[in-house]
Write a protein that binds this ligand. Sequence first.
Ligand SMILES: [Zn+2]
Length: 286
Amino acid sequence: MQNTIAKTVSFHGKGMHSGRNAIVHLKPSDAGMGIRFHRLDGQGSDNWVPALWDRVIRYPACTCIANDQGVSVRTVEHLMAACYATGIDNLEVEIEGEEVPILDGSARPIVELIDEVGTIDLGEQRRVLEILQPVSYENEHRKFSFEPYDGFAVDINIYPGEYGHMPWAGDMTPAVFKQEIIGAKAWGRLKDIWLPKIVGNFLKNPVLRGAGLNTAVVYAFGRPINPSGLLHANDMVRHKVLDIIGDLQLVGGDIRGKITCHSSAHVTNHSGMAALFNTPDAWRWI
Ligand SMILES: [Zn+2]
């Protein structure tokens, strides 16, 4: 059944990329409204941005959505994953700022905040996107595929250089997410972080300005330099699962199917969803 948050909760913090503060209020919403962001500081006549796959705009290393007037919200994926974990499919996300705060780099703080107030059943059936035929998106070494499956399963494979092949596969439910995935933090390799972080300061849209040892696990010379941020040795791939689940929430319903990814990245997740929806025979809403 469709759910929303039982009452308004708020949090605030810095964005991973902008480094700027934002205040977020998660507010109850009616059935059928979906998850919608509302930029309280927006400059458009319409400052609402629906959290849907066809609202994604290109932005490095995160999921950014925008409306027709160009009003955007960056780094929505961990909040979207928290909605999956708590079963929320209708929500007003008021945000004063351009980017959802990164908090500790995982989905746990937002899930705990929602769990404190709970959710309410809105009495209407939830939409389910059933995968009818295999669809794949491939770009060089990256691949994102949907295939029919009686349930929802993921099979995620990453190959982070010297760390080898890291797989995570299994049936996914909100309970599994809370058990296995919720606390895996964002991560990056020092060699991939420092240059964009510095160069980003000179760009209109900075990246990783808010990234630090409290918001991500940073790897250098074959090991994490802040290992206290790790829960499991394979948190790298667990966080990729977190990002994929968050991005898949942008379909606007549950998925009945199996997802397979090789070398996942936000841009491949988005392109995979676009490839699916652009193949009308491959899916149906039930
Ligand atoms: Zn992430």
